[in-house]
Design a protein around this ligand. Structure first.
Ligand SMILES: *Cc1c(COP(=O)(O)O)cnc(C)c1O
Length: 404
């Protein structure tokens, strides 16, 4: 069981007032808020531990290196993988660009196909469009049904021998749909394709053991899982990472540098050129410690009952049309209200201290398919409450009255 009032005190921002009203933060799919232990770890690091890592004789450099590398191993443990398979990046976007550069550019060829879906975040579309332009891969899409689930009816045609890489999200950021990834992974693997999972919307909501998933790569952002901006993870299987080439070049990623050549470092430093975000890595490990202390199963249970409650209460608004498929989505509730522009709704809610996100949520192909410009998206976290959901419903009803 979750002690919600104690948890809320761990997140100082939740006590802030917006236009004189208590903040109701329902934009967790865009970024999560930060708990005190994470804030304290950053404060402690900057006050007493700050130093560049590696290759130094002095005390602070050793402390900093030790903290950074211990953090990497804690994160690896949380995800069920090897420490040196964890590559720190700036976030999901950089991780997928790493995959495109270090794997796509090196190991794929003209005529190979990459399979993604129509429901991907732009971060998992645009790098592949660039790869298509650069080396002539074929980019295929699993289409979306109008109920915002994936249409797998043509999967056997889409997923054939030409497909060398399948790169898909596990949970949609725009809609909250949980995709049947196990089914897709199994099909891909039976044909020998590599699989990359975008788990940006998973890590803060569900326990995930990457070693059990029969995949090759995974990406997520720290800021969506209670750590600050600018830190993320790209995970890859050791044997594949060893075959891939570096994609950024400079300090740390080398073994020896001569005027006419250089040799590259071992994992994970090979993919971490330059001074890394040491503080971010430490904060991310602290964030995982924090959620592990609450317990991922308690988090899942609380959030799923809150989600059902929200779905139920929002359904009572007659003009509201859900895009999040019932029983097949979590965390994000995406909806439209008649012809009212989502942005207008967002502004009326904002005046009441309620933060939701409106727009295309970095997934324009979804909006185009639905024939709309954007949606309203309320996304929950374990620090949200039923009272907050009821305030959202009241706010929406008031908005409808004002705008129609
Ligand atoms: C947020 C998100 C991204 C992009 O993450 P950044 O932190 O902006 O790099 C990619 N995919 C999904 C599913 C996301 O939710």
């Amino acid at each position: 069981m979750i002690d919600i009032s104690a948890i809320r005190l761990d997140f100082p921002i939740l006590s802030e007032k917006i236009s004189g009203k208590p903040l109701i933060y329902l934009d967790n799919a865009a970024t999560s808020q930060k708990p005190l232990p994470v804030i304290a770890a950053i404060d402690r690091y900057l006050r007493t531990q700050n130093s560049n890592i590696h290759r130094a004789a002095h005390h602070l450099a050793n402390i900093s290196t030790e903290l950074y590398e211990t953090s990497r191993s804690k994160i690896a443990k949380h995800l069920g993988v090897k420490t040196h398979e964890i590559n720190f990046t700036r976030g999901t976007t950089e991780s997928i660009n790493l995959l495109k550069e270090a794997y796509g550019m090196k190991m794929l060829e003209k005529g190979d196909a990459v399979l993604i879906s129509e429901m991907e975040h732009h971060a998992n579309i645009v790098p592949w469009l660039d790869l298509k332009e650069k080396i002539g891969i074929e980019l295929r899409y699993i289409p979306m049904n109008l109920d915002c689930t994936l249409d797998l009816s043509q999967i056997d045609t889409l997923l054939d021998q030409k497909v060398k890489l399948v790169s898909i999200q596990m949970i949609s950021n725009a809609i909250g749909t949980i995709h049947p990834v196990e089914f897709i992974i199994q099909k891909a693997k039976s044909l020998g394709a590599r699989v990359h999972l975008d788990i940006a919307q998973v890590v803060s909501h569900q326990a995930i053991d990457l070693s059990e998933m029969n995949i090759d790569f995974a990406s997520f952002s720290g800021h969506k899982v209670f750590a600050p901006f600018g830190i993320g993870v790209f995970w890859g299987r050791e044997d594949l990472l060893n075959q891939m080439k570096p994609y950024h070049f400079g300090g740390e990623m080398i073994k020896e540098v001569y005027m006419d050549k250089a040799t590259y470092n071992d994992l994970p430093y090979k993919f971490e050129a330059g001074t890394p975000n040491v503080m971010g890595g430490i904060a991310l490990a602290e964030a995982f410690d924090y959620i592990d202390k609450i317990g991922m199963s308690a988090i899942e249970a609380y959030e799923s009952s809150l989600y059902e409650f929200a779905y139920e209460e929002l359904s009572k608004i007659e003009a509201l049309q859900f895009h999040s498929p019932k029983g097949k989505s979590i965390a994000s509730l995406s909806f439209s209200i008649g012809d009212i522009h989502p942005f207008d709704i967002g502004q009326i809610l904002d005046a009441q201290g309620i933060a939701i996100r409106t727009g295309h949520h970095c997934a324009q192909p979804i909006m185009r398919k639905l024939g709309i410009e954007g949606t309203c998206r309320a996304s929950i976290c374990f620090y949200n409450t039923e009272e907050e959901i009821l305030a959202l419903v009241r706010g929406l009803k008031q908005g409808i009255k004002m705008l129609s």
